[in-house]
Design a protein around this ligand. Sequence first.
Ligand SMILES: CC(C)(COP(=O)(O)OP(=O)(O)OC[C@H]1O[C@@H](n2cnc3c(N)ncnc32)[C@H](O)[C@@H]1OP(=O)(O)O)[C@@H](O)C(=O)NCCC(=O)NCCS
Length: 177
Amino acid sequence: VRPAAAEDAAAVAEIQVGGWRAGYGSILPAGFLASLSVERRRTWWGERIGESLMTVLVVDDGGEVVGFVSLGDDPHPGACELYALYVHPERWRRGYGSSLLRAAESAMRDRGFAEAVLWVFAANDRARRFYEHHGWAPDGVRKLEEIGGVQPEQVRYRRRFQAETGPPEGELTPGPA
Ligand SMILES: CC(C)(COP(=O)(O)OP(=O)(O)OC[C@H]1O[C@@H](n2cnc3c(N)ncnc32)[C@H](O)[C@@H]1OP(=O)(O)O)[C@@H](O)C(=O)NCCC(=O)NCCS
C-alpha cells in the first residue's frame, strides 16, 4: 500500500466504476450504473490525488493497482472520514481490502484522530460484514441521499482508535452532532 500518484487516476477511476457496477447492482438503478463514465471519474480523481484535502492510498500488486482508499477530515474537522474503499471486483476476497483498511486506519491514527466514520449503503451486506470484522460498528445515524434517481438508505459506521489504551469509551471525543 502506497500513496496514490497522479498516474494512478485512471486505475482508480476504473476500479471505482467497476466496484459500483459489481457491488451496487441490487442497490442502484441499472441505467445509472451503465451511465457511469470511467473518463469522467478519471478527471475527478486527477484533480484530487495529491491535493491536501484528501488522502488517497492504493494497493499495488507487482506494479498493478488493484484497489484504493480515500480519507480526510471534511466535513467534520476532528474526526476523520473514510470516503471510499474499492478493490477491483476480480480481486475481491484476497485480502487487498483488509490491507487498505489497515493502512487507512494507521494514516488516521498517525494524524492524531481518535476516531473515524464512514457511510455505507444499508443494503451493502458484503461491505458491512467486512467493516464489522475490522472493528467498525454502526453508530445509529442514517441518511437518505438521492443517487441515480433513488434514495438508498446509508448507515454511518464509527471506529474509535484509542479505546484499548485510553479512557473508557464515552469519555473520548464526542461524536459529530
Ligand atoms: C468491500 C471490499 C472493499 C472488500 O475488499 P476485499 O479485497 O474483498 O477485502 P478482503 O479480501 O480483505 O476481505 C473480504 C472477505 O474475504 C475474506 N478473505 C480474505 N482473504 C481471503 C482468502 N485468501 N480466501 C478466502 N477469503 C478471504 C475476508 O475474511 C473477508 O471476509 P469478511 O468480509 O467476512 O470479513 C470490496 O468487496 C469492494 O470493493 N466492494 C465494492 C465497493 C464497496 O462496497 N466498498 C465499500 C463502500 S463503503
